[in-house]
Design a protein around this ligand. Structure first.
Ligand code: GLU
Length: 470
């Protein structure tokens, strides 16, 4: 049997979690969960000038929100690159001792001149190998790579990709100041953490042959690689801030539900027939890295909204209440203390809202009385006749034994018949009085959910307003 799968998500904490990074994390997580393997979180913070602890907190928060739990990794010590310098040093020494690496003391000005000359010839700069056989005792440590032949990356998504060694050079493992380079750290981390599959963005594909040569120099088995395509904007250029929100946090704050986000990210580049909606369990069961497309996937907010709406519509009511509550509070409002009533309110809103933020906006009237009435409708409805009709509605509702949707509807319909009106005449009036708006969920539901005390208070207030206005 093959060794258990070990995969990692290795963000550089130089910013928040981008949707592209989140999808890479998701694919790693799915691969691990599908095979009952191990998912590791490693923080690649060797670029100290751009890495911050706040970014680590933000990334960890975003992963937790998405529900991508990890089995090993940060904040447990030993999973941040800055904590692993001794391990890199040990590996550098091994490579030096075995002759697979050598010191180079070429001054930066010389390398700069060579780089400029290469650029002028329209070539990529490659180190000349001048110090290869000088046996220097100090300097920058370079990997000695074969001068002929090629390295093939057998990518699980892209298939074999060949890199001629003449296109590569003896790259630097450790700088003159003793700091290890990014590619070197990644290799040492992946081998020492026992990573079996490296799943990452295909912006790293060109690093992979360099890394493979380093594995070989260290005499380590090379893991499997899968390079996931970039996420693109509508114009098919790489998704960036220019295209709108790109951080996971921004989507969370805009009120998308995590399950919708996960479903959406999974479908960005991965497919299973033409199915669009997947539960987490289905994703885990069906995910196969080989089904990930090699071409770039376009980020389409409309589709995310569609999925989000689907999840809002179908999720368990109590769970929905839990998710909406912080958004209600963030809007400066308070949900009703009675959970069943709160869930009932959300039930009337969940059909229409695309996000939790929209849901709160559309249902604002449940949590606070209207501070104004729709400016177009008020002069038409809140008139002397409106006041009279509201008075009658109030009277009927005051006399109700039970304040249920059905009882309210019966009472109002009876009144309509007596007055020779149409339902819309009273329904619109009551709606404006109670919600301040001309559109809302079914008015009898709204009245029942607000309860007799609040409904009657609002109807009376509107009647007074209408009397004053008349
Ligand atoms: N730290 C790299 C990044 O954030 C990931 C490198 C890797 O997965 O090997 O792009």
């Amino acid at each position: 049997m093959a060794a258990p799968i070990r995969v990692r998500f290795a963000p550089s904490p130089t910013g928040h979690l981008h949707v592209g990074g989140a999808r890479t994390a998701l694919f790693n997580w799915l691969l691990a969960r599908h095979h009952r393997g191990t998912f590791i979180l490693r923080i690649e913070d060797t670029d100290r000038s751009r890495s911050t602890d706040d970014n680590i907190v933000a990334i960890v928060d975003a992963l937790r929100w998405l529900g991508l739990d990890w089995d090993e990794g940060s904040p447990t010590p030993g999973y941040r690159q800055t904590e692993r310098l001794a391990i890199y040093r040990e590996h550098a020494e091994r490579l030096l001792r075995s002759g697979r690496a050598y010191y180079c003391d070429c001054p930066p000005e010389l390398l700069d001149r060579e780089r400029a000359a290469a650029q002028q010839r329209g070539e990529t700069f490659r180190y000349s190998g001048r110090c290869r056989d000088r046996g220097l005792p100090a300097g920058a440590l370079r990997l000695r790579i074969p001068t002929t032949g090629a390295t093939v990356v057998n990518d699980l998504i892209h298939g074999p990709v060949t890199f001629e060694h003449t296109q590569l050079d003896d790259w630097i493992l450790v700088r003159t100041d003793g700091t290890p380079t990014y590619n070197f750290c990644v290799v040492v981390d992946d081998v020492t953490m026992g990573i079996t599959h490296v799943v990452r963005g295909d912006d790293h594909l060109s690093n992979t042959p360099k890394q493979i040569l380093c594995y070989e120099a260290l005499d380590y088995a090379v893991p499997e690689f899968a390079h996931v395509s970039m996420i693109l904007g509508k114009d098919r250029s790489r998704l960036s801030k220019r295209h709108g929100a790109t951080s996971v946090q921004a989507f969370r704050d805009a009120g998308y539900v995590a399950d919708a986000m996960v479903n959406y990210l999974a479908r960005l580049g991965w497919s299973h027939g033409d199915q669009e909606v997947f539960s987490r369990a289905e994703l885990v069961e069906l995910f196969d890295i080989k089904d990930v497309a090699s071409s770039g996937a376009v980020f389409d907010v409309t589709k995310l909204e569609w999925l989000s709406q689907h999840y809002l519509k179908t999720m368990d009511g109590r769970r929905l209440a839990e998710l909406v509550e912080p958004f209600v509070r963030a809007a400066g409002l308070t949900p009703p203390p009675d959970l069943a009533r709160f869930v009932g309110m959300l039930d009337t809103l969940r059909e229409r809202a695309k996000t939790l933020v929209e849901m709160v906006e559309q249902g604002r009237f449940y949590f606070e009385a209207p501070s104004a009435y729709d400016a177009k409708a008020a002069p038409k409805l809140l008139t002397a006749e409106g006041a009279r009709r509201l008075g009658l509605v109030i009277e009927r509702l005051e006399g109700l034994g039970e304040f249920t949707t059905a009882a309210i509807e019966r009472a109002v319909r009876a009144l309509i018949d007596e007055l020779g009106l149409k339902l819309v005449d009273l329904a619109q009036l009551a709606r404006l009085a109670v919600t301040g708006r001309t559109a809302s969920p079914p008015i009898f539901d709204v009245l029942a959910l607000l309860g007799p005390v609040e409904s009657l208070a609002r109807l009376r207030r509107a009647r007074e307003f209408a009397e004053r206005a008349a």
